[in-house]
Design a protein around this ligand. Structure first.
Ligand SMILES: Cc1cc2nc3c(=O)[nH]c(=O)nc-3n(C[C@H](O)[C@H](O)[C@H](O)COP(=O)(O)OP(=O)(O)OC[C@H]3O[C@@H](n4cnc5c(N)ncnc54)[C@H](O)[C@@H]3O)c2cc1C
Length: 257
């Protein structure tokens, strides 16, 4: 099988993030593989081991993303592709990313493309479905189980905690949800092998695209952190008094009653 994973380098939301002038300061952030894309990497390796073939991981980004691609190679992916937009595209959005990926895939004949359910930074969940629409292939989002038999795929899809059973066919794009698998950590031999695995670097020129073809359809006006939460307050005394105080606080302070 010809399997691909779409991987996004994102900042780590568990670490401190500094926002100034409506943008996240690159220097202050820690960067990781988008956690949902780790499920995609794990699933791709699992499907390759079961059905044979090759697994390739693809990122649209800049050369900083090489680190995350090498990690995916160390986990067990066979090949990596970095579509480097640094010199050619100043601002992009989900349209930009999906259009670049669509052009990349036009001569690739993928059987299966796995993406994350959402990226934890911008979280639109658009890139996977937009790409599948562009390529004219089937897609299912938020999958938690995938069984492939010939060109048939049986899928469990998470629908807000319930499970929807779906039967579809390849070629298929699926976006991966928590619960699909337990992503492995790269092993030491895996890290050593990854250094020698192929990492192809392309620019949008190589895809016969120029900046106008991928011009963003949206503009990010501002980025800001939510206001800091005030400390909670614990009411004390007799229960009847606490209830009265709580009601007056909800009425007069919080103004929610
Ligand atoms: C050239 C360029 C310039 C950009 N400039 C700006 C900017 O100026 N300001 C700004 O705020 N944002 C910018 N972006 C980022 C862009 O707006 C989105 O973050 C990006 O398109 C993905 O959208 P999302 O984060 O909502 O992903 P989602 O759709 O939530 O991601 C879902 C899944 O799609 C896949 N995916 C998402 N992004 C990529 C990727 N880059 N490569 C491979 N797979 C991916 C992953 O599998 C991911 O889990 C730029 C992007 C590009 C390509």
């Amino acid at each position: 099988m010809n399997i691909y994973v779409l991987l996004k380098r994102t900042f780590d939301t568990e670490e401190k993030i500094v926002v100034s002038d409506g943008r996240i300061e690159d220097e202050s952030a820690e960067y990781i593989i988008n956690p949902y894309d780790e499920y995609a990497v794990e699933e791709a390796i699992k499907q390759r081991d079961e059905h044979g073939g090759e697994v390739t991981v693809v990122t649209v980004g800049d050369e900083e993303a090489e680190k995350q691609l090498r990690t995916a190679l160390a986990m067990g992916m066979d090949k990596a592709v970095l579509i480097n937009t640094e010199d050619d595209v100043e601002a992009g959005d989900q349209f930009t990313t999906a259009k670049i990926l669509q052009t990349y895939f036009e001569d690739k004949e993928p059987d299966l493309i796995l993406a994350g359910n959402v990226a934890i930074d911008e979280a639109s969940g658009q890139v996977g479905p937009r790409l599948a629409e562009g390529l004219g292939i089937n897609y299912v989002t938020t999958i938690t189980a995938l069984e492939i038999d010939g060109d048939k795929a049986n899928i469990d899809k998470d629908v807000e905690g319930d499970v929807e059973k779906i039967e579809t066919s390849l070629p298929l794009l699926a976006t991966c949800q928590q619960g699909l698998n337990d992503p492995r950590y790269p092993s030491l031999p895996g890290i050593m092998k990854a250094k020698k695995k192929p990492l192809e670097e392309l620019e949008i020129d190589d895809l016969d695209l120029d900046e106008d073809d991928v011009e963003a359809k949206t503009e990010t006006i501002n980025v800001f952190l939510p206001p800091e939460k005030e400390a909670g307050r614990i009411l004390e005394g007799e229960i009847d008094d606490q209830v009265k105080e709580l009601i007056s606080l909800l009425k007069d302070d919080a103004k929610v009653l």
